[in-house]
Design a protein around this ligand. Structure first.
Ligand code: HEC
Length: 244
């Protein structure tokens, strides 16, 4: 079996769509295989759906694979896992199941021999960012104006462009925890629906595309913005003010 798989390894790992009675293979990376999670969830899915899945090693030809990319499905032992597939309807069904309440409960009911558990609650995956303040503040000002200035008043130069209901950067800078709010603005409403940070946020759900022109940036860009905002004079608000 091992030799056979070796012979059909294809460069991308995923073969074009196959349907019907063809084998549905799931490539499982070593780290996950060792924990036993895939071994635990696959039969439970098959029992419910009569869709049979053959587990194969990472790199072997497969219709779907657990990877650190793809659509996020669970996380554990410091890593986030996603599922990539070739569009096979059975693979789509597996993905839907993994993201359903039953699938999530199944994932979370598993404990590996070494005590590792997995969480299907992926908001935690969008972990709080630990960003520095030593970015390029000039670049940060330019980025703030182009990316955030559509809604926020950044400084005098876009004073007339911000949206009235949106707090200005000077007001936001006056909060004692302004740094935490800026470092994680992508998690705070209304930003999640339209913000993508390279390598940090998940791609938009295709069924929920960004309602407006998305704000796209890198962690570097965010550090530049933080560097800029750290130098912004806080608004003098008198008494402390609550945002919501
Ligand atoms: C499409 C409009 C829009 C864009 C673009 C936008 N914001 Fe906001 N932002 C808002 C609104 C509206 C609020 C106020 C939300 C509230 O009060 O609940 C807000 C609030 C914030 C807050 C405070 C959040 C909190 O809950 O503490 C921060 C920090 C922030 N924005 C940073 C940014 C940064 C940085 C950018 C650019 C990279 C940006 N925003 C781009 C609309 C926008």
């Amino acid at each position: 079996m091992r030799r056979f798989i070796g012979a059909v390894v294809c460069a991308v790992g995923l073969l074009p769509g196959v349907s019907g009675a063809e084998e549905l293979r799931l490539a499982v990376p070593e780290a996950l295989k060792a924990s036993g999670l895939a071994q635990f969830i696959v039969p439970r899915f098959s029992l419910k759906t009569s869709v049979r899945i053959t587990r194969v090693d990472e790199g072997a030809a497969a219709e779907m694979q657990f990877t650190d990319g793809g659509t996020a499905v669970f996380q554990g032992a410091g890593q986030r896992w996603g599922l990539e597939h070739n569009g096979d309807p059975r693979a789509v069904r597996f993905l839907d199941w993994l993201r359903s309440d039953v699938g999530k409960r199944t994932i979370e009911s598993f404990t590996a021999e070494d005590g590792t558990t997995y969480s299907a609650e992926l908001t935690v995956v969008k972990a709080e960012l630990d960003v520095s303040f030593d970015g390029d503040s000039n670049k940060g000002e330019a980025l703030s104006l182009t990316l955030c200035g559509r809604c926020h008043v950044i400084n005098e130069s876009n004073r007339m462009n911000g949206m009235g209901s949106t707090p200005s950067f000077r007001v936001l800078r006056s909060f004692s925890d302004w740094d935490r709010r800026f470092a994680n603005f992508h998690l705070l409403n209304p930003h999640p629906s339209f913000t993508q940070i390279d390598g940090v946020t998940d791609p938009f759900d295709p069924s929920l595309p960004s309602p407006i022109v998305p704000v796209e940036l890198t962690v570097d860009d965010l550090e530049a913005i933080l560097a800029y905002v750290s130098g912004v004079t806080p608004a003098d608000l008198g008494a402390p003010l609550q945002l919501q």
